[in-house]
Design a protein around this ligand. Structure first.
Ligand code: ATP
Ligand code: MG
Length: 634
């Protein structure tokens, strides 16, 4: 581990020297002076005075050498459309979009809210904003009108870019009624809405504020819009956190630090070289999409694959066939997608030629050991779990194979990435925990480049939310709970909200989930804490079985429950044993695949979960309700 250790140590001991070198990876129109301005902790300003542009670095800079290389491969299994754009073509499309936005009055510093499905125009619009120096705020297309309205009021856009419809699993979702409703609810008056007409939903251009994109695109077909050279610390975008745990926070990102961090991550973590092809199966509405569908692969000169559709339509082999057809080298998705694929016919994976694929990256939620083992064996390629947040913009924990070929550790997303001064701290004292001791994952000041600069429009909230929760220390809290081993590998044990206190013992829900999912009958599991008059809290487990539920056979179910209890006893001790095991056939999740533990816990305590930002399938909540109401004897 010495190479990694030395490298990481240098990034912490002398961040200025370390990041000055890394900054050479991107183009600076004007060189920066100070590498790091530490004058106002916990705020950090990187590459002060340097002027650059994200669109220039992602596109224009590559025209000299790779104008004819594909920059973007777009595939939609919803519409059957496949389109390829070379760097030269991408450049032209972005210029058209930027000219259209400019004609609608958008200028440097304005916010453009992008509410689009997975279509190439989403990427064009983001990069057009970057080109103009406008601040994009992409709102995931699956959000409902009230969520969209809240983001409109917080971001105060000068323009909204939307489409007639999204499509998912063969179903068309009209967007314009949602936008109408959101605009009516919002206090902020957005002057223009630019509509990309995919011809999926009925023509609705009669609304007075709607402007059709296509005729304007024609009008500005040969436009050239110069890149605005922004100071490194000007905002590039605002992205709201997923809202899994509460009111979403507007994460503000800078320009220069973000570009440098992403470029570094492409070498040290993702090992993407110019000319490689990367397929990040996520959504541009999430941070993984911002960083690894749009910016990082293009900054590093790769071809990025953008996919609209589900992993199982037309069948569960579609992603593997995409790898074969487009000679994809790097793939990135969330564990939830793999759990879906695991249920598919294994022949579908075997049938595809996956020889081009080097590595599969997974992030967004805990990667359970059975899923990790399954996919590692099925692919015979490295599978790299990586841990980060909307706030950090790029992985905090991973296996930095571009630095040193460290081994994987099952159940752990790896070791701290360069620049992250990560310490597990005792929640009550703020002191660093010993090896093997559980605590909160915190980051010491300064956060590395690429991390959030502040909460949009609310510096105080940045300090009070993120830098004030650990006693006696001004450190950044991830609000995740974990443990580090003697080699530096960190295991995430759940969110601090999800840590439960059973008769004075603090347990991460993730530990109990891991124990339960090691049982062969278990496909998926969520553990939540519920109030208990005697122990303070008790664990309750919601289990999805691999095969059909033993509905009619109470003795079979009782036997299984006893076995599950024993599995937990063996691995964690009887203190962690769930007070109740509830069988369901589906768990409530956000559209990004995260378990809605708070909602489950509310139901388990007989409360209603309240408004949820996104939910994959509302029927899952009803299932939990029904299963709980099952005479308490489920
Ligand atoms: P909000 O902050 O609004 O509640 P959120 O935390 O779900 O939403 P994201 O920033 O998308 O929004 O998710 C980051 C969180 O996801 C992390 O803090 C962590 O809890 C979880 N997470 C991400 N990657 C991993 C991983 N590899 N292993 C375990 N947990 C992960
Ligand atoms: Mg969060």
């Amino acid at each position: 581990m010495t190479r990694y250790r030395d490298f990481h140590r240098r990034s912490i001991d002398n961040p200025e020297a370390f990041w000055r070198d890394e900054a050479q990876r991107i183009h600076w129109h004007t060189p920066f002076g100070t590498v790091l301005d530490r004058s106002k902790p916990p705020f950090a300003r990187w590459f002060v005075g340097g002027r650059t542009n994200l669109c220039h670095n992602a596109v224009d800079r590559h025209l000299a050498e790779r104008a004819q290389q594909n920059a973007l491969i777009y595939v939609s299994t919803e519409t059957g459309i496949e389109r390829h754009y070379t760097y030269a073509e991408l450049h032209a499309e972005i210029n058209r979009m930027a000219a259209v936005m400019r004609s609608l009055g958008v200028k440097r510093g304005d916010v453009v809210l992008i509410y689009l499905p997975m279509i190439p125009e989403a990427l064009f619009a983001m990069l057009a904003c970057a080109r103009l120096g406008a601040i994009h705020s992409v709102v995931f297309g699956g959000f409902a009108a009230p969520n969209l309205a809240a983001r409109i009021d917080d971001a105060k856009p000068a323009l909204i870019v939307t489409a007639d419809a999204g499509a998912r699993g063969g179903k068309v979702i009209d967007y314009t009624p949602l936008v109408d409703e959101a605009l009516a609810r919002a206090a902020h008056k957005t002057p223009h809405v630019l509509l990309i007409d995919r011809q999926l939903a009925p023509e609705r251009l009669n609304a007075p504020y709607l402007v059709a994109y296509e005729p304007l695109r024609e009008q500005f077909f040969n436009a050239h819009v110069p890149c605005e050279w922004l100071e490194s610390n000007e905002p590039s975008y605002v992205l709201y956190t997923s809202g899994t745990t509460g009111k979403p926070k507007g994460v503000q990102r800078d320009v220069g630090g973000y570009a440098v961090a992403l470029a570094a991550s492409m070498e040290y973590i993702f090992q993407g070289k110019p000319g490689d092809t990367m397929f990040t199966a996520s959504d541009v509405g999430w941070v993984v999409g911002h960083s690894y569908i749009v910016y990082a692969p293009l900054i590093a000169g790769l071809t990025t694959v953008m996919y609209e559709g589900t992993p199982i339509r037309p069948d569960g082999g579609i992603w593997w066939r995409l790898v074969e057809q487009h000679k994809i080298n790097i793939m990135f998705t969330a564990p939830t997608a793999l759990r879906v694929l695991k249920k598919q016919d294994p022949a579908l994976l075997k049938a595809a030629d996956l020889s081009s694929l080097r590595t599969l990256f997974l992030a967004g939620e805990p990667l359970d050991e059975p899923t990790a083992e399954w996919i590692t064996n099925a692919l015979s390629k490295p599978v790299i779990d990586n841990y980060w947040q909307t706030e950090t913009g790029w992985p905090m924990l991973a296996i930095p194979r571009g630095i040193e070929d460290l081994p994987n550790k099952l159940g752990s997303p790896g070791v701290p990435s360069v620049g992250y001064n990560l310490t597990i701290r005792d929640e009550l004292t703020g002191e660093p925990c010993a090896v093997g001791e559980k605590g909160v994952l915190t980051l010491d000041y300064p956060l590395p480049p690429g991390c959030m600069s502040t909460v949009w429009g609310d510096d105080r909230r940045f300090v009070s939310t993120y830098w004030s929760s650990v006693p006696n220390q001004q450190v950044y809290s991830t609000f995740d709970w974990g443990v580090q081993d003697e080699n530096g590998y960190v295991t995430i044990l759940g969110r601090t909200d999800d840590v439960i206190n059973v008769a004075g013992h603090r347990l991460g829900t993730r530990e109990i989930e891991e124990a339960l999912s090691s049982h062969a009958a278990v496909a998926e599991v969520a553990v939540v804490g519920v109030n208990d008059p005697v122990k303070g809290q008790a664990a309750m487990a919601f289990v999805v079985l691999r095969s059909a539920q033993p509905e009619g056979d109470p003795s079979e179910r009782a036997r299984l429950e006893a076995e599950l209890a024993m599995t937990v006893d063996r691995q964690l001790g009887s203190i962690a044993r769930p007070a109740r095991v509830v069988m369901v056939s589906m768990l409530p999740k956000t559209r990004s695949g995260k378990l809605l533990r708070r909602a489950i816990a509310a139901l388990a305590e007989g409360r209603e979960p309240g408004e949820l930002p996104t939910i994959e399938d509302p029927a899952a909540l009803q299932q939990v309700r029904d299963a709980l109401g099952d005479g308490g004897k489920n």
